[in-house]
Design a protein around this ligand. Sequence first.
Ligand code: ADP
Ligand code: MG
Length: 747
Amino acid sequence: GRTTAAQAALLEDDDMNPYTGKPFSAQYKAILAKRKQLPVHKQRQEFLDLVQKDDQFLVLVGETGSGKTTQIPQFLLFDEQPQRQGKMIACTQPRRVAAMSVAKRVAEELDVQLGEEVGYTIRFDDNTGPKTVLKYMTDGMLLREAMTDPQLSRYSTIILDEAHERTVATDILMGLIKQITKTRKDLRIVVMSATLDSARFQSYFGIETTTVDAATGREVTATRDAPLLTIPGRTYPVEILYTQEPQESYLSSAVNAVMQIHQHEGEGDILCFLTGEDEIEDACRQVRARVGELMAADRSLPDLRALPLYSSLPVPQQQKIFMPPPGPRTPGGPPGRKVIFSTNIAETSLTIDGVVYVIDPGFCKQKVYNPRSRVESLLVSPISQASCNQRAGRAGRTRPGKCFRLFPESAFKSLIPQTIPEMQRSNLAATILQMFKVGIKDFVHFDFLDAPAPETLMRAFEMLNYLGAISDEGELTKVGMAMSEFPLDPQLTKALLMGPEYGCSEEMLTIVAMLSSPMCFVRPPDQRMEADRAKAKFDHEDGDHLTLCVVYNEALKHMGRNAKSDRGDGGDQGKQWDKDFFWQNYLNERSLRNAMRVRSQLSSILERCGYELNSVGEDLQTVKASRAIRRAITAGFFMQVAHLQQPVRKGNYMTVKDEQVVRIHPSSCMKHHPEWIVYHEFVMTPDFYARTVSPIEGKWLLSTKTNDYFDLATFREGPMRRELTQLVHLAQAEKASKARMKESDRK
Ligand code: ADP
Ligand code: MG
């Protein structure tokens, strides 16, 4: 049936919660009053009118903070009552933090328990239940669901939120859902975006109509754009200020700017954009220290609370950004304020009320991919003008604000106007594997909003072929099938799947889980020596991968086996843990707990795919254990090996194929320089480093499993080819001598 905004209001203003059958709480009513002030609220009827029309698609554009993410799914929930057909509404988010945080907020808004009617699903963490009707999820998880449910039949409506972010997963979902709607006429799609370039979405989701021209009798096909709803935000003017000169260190200028604002500007909170966890924690520490000093010297200076916001922060800590700023220190004195140091999350995904000052250094961490060298890395890079403007907009939500750009105006003019879609700067191997599984095989003709570069596509296919996931004929192999089941990067999955073959599945599960969790070693800037000494106790002679396994096994002895998730709801559980162990050893308990959870999920997928769970035994120090594990890793990461260069003392390595000079990252436990290494990550900071490194034997590279990649014919004349030729000769000589020995044995 068609409902109206007035009917919804009646239900919302009632005393009984229709979901729980209990009376609404006081908190519910307080939040409801606030929700009614949001710009989307005024257009609820307009939204319903549009969405109830025959068009399957609706494009919705609204300023950040206008209430799209929190309210629109609820509008739909009241209108279509998906629970009656046993269906759900999905709302995708490019960022996991946003999915978790918004789900929590909306559960509060509806006065229900998070994980019951309203839940979230992100990689390795499914917080939904049988009663769930509204599910916030990362776009990657919805794409993953499409692998087993190609019609996405569990959903009555899918909301693709933050479409302007143009992540790979959202882009693919857009194309996929466009296909699905051809057969599923009952599926509704709302595409939400924070920027005004909606015309492309409208025409992409347009409907083809065929009419017969009366005069000529010919069929005429035309495309009608998808309908659009625009939500005018209420924004106040934001004054933009630039620095005179380029800044040497944006981190220290950012901290200085925060202190300046706190001492000299009027009331209002501060939002400062930085690029990652370390930087953010560092900035918080610096501000806390400086404010502490100032407050001790000046009793009239109000408090300034520094808060971090980044993706690996647990939910309860994330939620602190929504708490009101500290009050005045003296009765009648000026109120305190908060400063939030955040990654790009706060650009459009999360809105913090009360922000009047924005500090924008002009950088963020971005995926950068070079298809030629196959290197994908997260790089701190300049943002686009569009991003700068979004950031500035965060300052004018409640009243006129100021945005301090930590670069000169001339630098702004040289930035690219729009961010390049992620599709065009990523390694697409994992994505292609997923698309295969969903049933999309023709990538050349797939209806992409922006097609990836042919070279990027080709490289991705090539990589999957080397990994044995796709046959030479372009079909998904048995290994490829299994690989697509894991929510991991294909190389990592391959290494994991080789575990059983080398007799070390248990150890590989541990290592892969550790590599998929935030780094477990803590290294506070003022206690580096102590931290390094603590870490050294875990070091395994044969490299960082084995070290991760040692740490995990050691930590396991100090944590309850049925440890609760990372959601912060396992309060009591935590007590059984030996907190001191983590503290004294400079280990991040949260990241180890996370690894445990990831490991158990990977383990069940491995078993489900029919792989054997075997182990090298308790002792990781044996030659047998160390070799098995390093061989399995090499079987997945043979495209990431490097060879030691002369002179040895310099410690320079050269990567295979693209011949990039790289050094072992200082965080590595390896203090010697083995001839060949395999590495997990290639980082540019701005020097080139291989991070998480293990020594390997050159001849492993020539085993049948990696033969194709190391086919000498594919190498250009040069040092690496000479090196490999030598390896081949050695291997041949060894084989010949073995044969001779056998021959003489027989005689
Ligand atoms: P949009 O998606 O249009 O950017 P949202 O729906 O995310 O807007 O946000 C609407 C409002 O809800 C904002 O004012 C925001 O501050 C508020 N809000 C969202 N999450 C929370 C939370 N966890 N606690 C308090 N307020 C929140
Ligand atoms: Mg939003």
